[in-house]
Design a protein around this ligand. Structure first.
Ligand code: PBG
Length: 329
């Protein structure tokens, strides 16, 4: 009797590199990526960030150069984070017209015109002396509604300085609606909002907090406002609330441990979906590769592709420059 063979032979479609290239469902390009960049007030030279190898705290001058080069490499957008010289209880550097991010936005608008999408992270944790993402009341709690007023002021300062996109990352209820109303009221109707809608209280933000010199007071966590990572469904509530309040794009953060959330959000809504491949995700690749335990380029490419495959059409990643130079360069 003749041996029986399976009718389906999926391996036929993997027989050559050309065949695999033809049939790949997901392709990541430099134009999918946004580079997060740090700019620090009061330094003369860029400073390396120990826990984020290859990422710098920029001076205003070195930031201009970096963004010009990223544009030449084909990266379509950047998101700025500021490190002020002085921090205070309300995070006034976040809305001061001469705050470091506002100065940097003006520099970049002058440097690259409209050729790069300029995004500004909209939060106060980098600017507060207690490290929380909002105004802390007498009991040490973050006061949601008092914080909204500060976010609106920051949005207006960022928009006036030239931000195309403001990206509220503080997870206060109602933040998108308050910011949208504030922007519209001041005539900034074309400034878009990228909402960090499903932002988890993740331990993967550790290296970022080194990058922006943040230590969180009162137990050192943000579990009172960021999402519990045991929950997926509330991400959909957050996303829908943000869209109802006027979010133009929504984000899931971090990325790799939340691919299920990215996929669920993608299935539910039709606005652009972004994902943030955060500092800890980047640092893990760098550290393992440094030890010779993984192949940096292969793992980095696999991770970014997985995030896109799950449904993110925009990826914020510290790998943006590497990708543009190495993979698509
Ligand atoms: C808040 C903010 C954080 C990150 C982006 N925006 C830190 C936090 O929520 O504690 C983290 C990004 C990363 O880890 O790469 N301004």
């Amino acid at each position: 009797m003749a041996a029986s063979f399976p009718a389906q032979r999926p391996r036929r479609l993997r027989t050559s590199s050309a065949m695999r290239e033809l049939l790949a469902e997901t392709r990541v390009g430099a134009t999918d990526l946004i580079a997060p960049l740090f700019v620090r007030e009061g330094i003369d030279e860029p400073q390396p960030i120990h826990s984020l190898p290859g990422v710098m705290q920029h001076t205003r001058e070195s930031l201009r150069k970096e963004v010009r080069e990223l544009r030449e490499l084909g990266i379509p957008g950047v998101i700025l984070f500021g490190i002020p010289k002085h921090k205070d209880a309300v995070g006034s550097g976040a809305y001061d017209p001469d705050g470091i991010v506002q100065l940097a936005l003006r520099d970049l608008r002058d440097e690259v015109g409209g050729d790069v999408v300029l995004m500004a992270d909209l939060c106060v944790d980098e600017y507060t002396d207690h490290g929380h993402c909002g105004i802390v009341d007498a009991d040490g709690h973050v006061d949601n509604d008092a914080t909204l007023d500060v976010y609106v002021k920051a949005a207006l300062a960022q928009a006036a300085a030239g931000a195309d996109v403001v990206a509220p990352s503080g997870m206060m209820d109602g933040q998108v609606g308050a910011i949208r109303a504030g922007l519209d009221g001041a005539g900034h109707i074309d400034t878009s909002i990228l909402a960090y809608s499903a932002k988890y209280a993740s331990a993967l933000y550790g290296p970022f907090r080194d990058a922006v010199d943040v230590q969180i007071a009162g137990g050192g966590h943000r579990k009172g406002y960021q999402q519990d990572w045991r929950n997926a469904r509330e991400a959909l509530i957050e996303v829908e609330a943000d869209i109802a309040q006027g979010a133009d794009m929504v984000m899931v953060k971090p990325a790799l441990a939340y691919l299920d959330v990215i996929a669920a959000v993608r299935a539910r809504v039709d606005v652009p979906v972004a994902a943030y491949h955060v500092s800890g995700e980047y640092a893990m690749i760098k550290a393992a590769a440094e030890n010779g335990w993984i192949d940096h380029d292969a793992v980095a490419f696999e991770h970014l592709t997985a995030i896109k495959r799950a449904g993110a059409q925009v990826i914020l990643t510290y790998l943006a420059r590497w990708f543009a130079e190495t993979v698509s360069g």
